[in-house]
Design a protein around this ligand. Structure first.
Ligand code: NYM
Ligand code: MG
Length: 251
């Protein structure tokens, strides 16, 4: 089985909300990620699901925490699915995966737009799931897109532009781990971007993207402590979403 097939399988499993094999702090300019009411006026006041996004550097613990949070929510009777971006299961996702594995070379703007296209191709499905009452726990979203590409030197406003109109998260949790600490966690997996100096730049860009709606959780705390904080944040968010319309990103 090729690495790509394995990753695509993992992504598909994760997208379907199955138990992933083992994907084994607070406040910050609102302008950065302001939500607007959806143009089509769909209101969904009756119990829509929440769009919960986890962000952070590579090895910050996002995937493990997403899996734990998902099984907690499902155990509490919530309809919930785990998603991740990039979604390597689509043809766009496979191009991204090959690029990350250094099996292909792409211009920086081209790969940036592919990451964004990978979210756009899932937007419709995300919206219908949310409107039908399913909460989505998403491992990386538009903020990864902007922070990683801006860390390469691309203009940050240019990076944000293709994200406008995607669904706005109801909750963004940033798992805050120093790049040096993240690097100590069993090392990186050999993908592009998994270098400490680069991750440092990514961290700076994430910092500039934070707005007061973000919840920053200290990801260097024990796993169970982090898990408890995420449970509370997500549970509150799901309750608060009830009756709130879905909105679009308006950066
Ligand atoms: N990444 C992820 C981006 O550069 N842009 C994006 O839009 C997204 C979603 O891909 N180093 C980067 C961040 C990661 C890499 O993600 C693969 P993961 O969560 O490690 O599989
Ligand atoms: Mg990674």
């Amino acid at each position: 089985m090729t690495t790509l097939t394995r990753l695509a399988g993992r992504a598909a499993l994760w997208s379907r909300g199955g138990k992933a094999s083992s994907p084994s702090s607070l406040g910050l300019s609102r302008r950065a990620f302001q939500a607007v009411r959806m143009e089509n006026g769909s209101s969904n006041s009756s119990g829509r699901g929440a769009l919960v996004v986890l962000e952070g550097l590579d090895r910050s613990g996002k995937s493990s925490q997403c899996a734990r949070l998902l099984s907690f929510l499902q155990g509490k009777g919530h309809r919930a699915e785990g998603w991740r971006f990039p979604d390597r299961g689509t043809s766009v996702g496979q191009m991204i995966s090959a690029y990350l594995a250094n099996e292909s070379q792409l211009d920086d703007r081209t790969i940036h737009l592919l990451f964004s296209a990978n979210r756009w191709e899932k937007r419709g499905l995300m919206e219908s799931k949310l409107l039908s009452g399913t909460t989505l726990v998403v491992d990386r979203y538009s903020y990864s897109g902007v922070a990683f590409s801006a860390a390469k030197g691309l203009d940050i406003e240019w990076c944000k532009a293709p994200e406008v109109g995607l669904l706005a998260p109801d909750l963004v949790i940033y798992l805050d781990v120093q790049p040096e600490k993240a690097a100590e966690r069993g090392g990186y997996g050999g993908e592009r971007y998994e270098r400490i100096e680069f991750q440092q730049k990514v961290a700076e860009h994430y910092h500039s993207l934070r707005d007061p709606t973000w919840k920053v959780v200290d990801g260097s705390l024990p796993m169970e402590t982090v898990e408890d904080q995420l449970r509370e944040l997500a549970t509150d968010c799901i309750q608060e979403c009830n009756g709130k319309p879905l909105t679009n990103l308006a950066w």
